[in-house]
Design a protein around this ligand. Structure first.
Ligand code: DQA
Length: 150
């Protein structure tokens, strides 16, 4: 991986329907909002000297564009692809092309849920997969990327 100048940046990607966190199926996803998650990730990352670039979209191409752009100036990617985990070769290919360490996060444990959620296209290109830890999973992802050796 080539060195990138400036303050290290982590791209934080959240996929479709995660803008609804807080009110969306709280029995599965909890009551924490996406804004609260992004705030907490920024705080934890700042403690390690990282900046965070948060992106949430319900549109696959927007997520692909953000991942492509991260290649220029980010040092790692935290991604909850949400439903696109189970469908998107495009997001997987973008992550592969980004040539950055990827941590895949799911709030719920996708392996204890419906069968169609058990497979993620992203997992094969992620260094780490965290599922079922709730919002804390994002914090663990920051810590992994901050302490990871290049
Ligand atoms: C999710 C799990 C996915 O199966 C689902 O489509 C989501 C959220 C999670 O964080 O648990 O939208 O990624």
């Amino acid at each position: 991986m080539t060195a990138r100048p400036g303050k290290p940046c982590l791209l934080l990607v959240n996929g479709p329907n995660l803008n609804m966190l807080g009110t969306r199926q709280p029995e599965i996803y909890g009551s924490t909002t996406l804004a609260q998650i992004e705030q907490r990730v920024a705080e934890v990352a700042a403690g390690f000297g990282f900046e965070v670039r948060p992106v949430q979209s319900n549109h696959e191409g927007v997520l692909v564009d953000a991942i492509q752009a991260a290649r220029q100036d980010c040092t790692g990617i935290i991604i909850n692809p949400a439903a696109y985990s189970h469908t998107s070769v495009a997001i997987r290919d973008a992550l592969s092309a980004a040539d950055l360490p990827v941590v895949e996060v799911h709030l719920s444990n996708i392996h204890t849920r419906e069968t169609f959620r058990h497979h993620s296209y992203v997992s094969a290109v992620a260094e780490v997969v965290i599922a079922g830890a709730g919002p804390a999973g994002y914090e663990y992802a920051v810590r992994y990327l901050a302490e990871r050796r290049p």
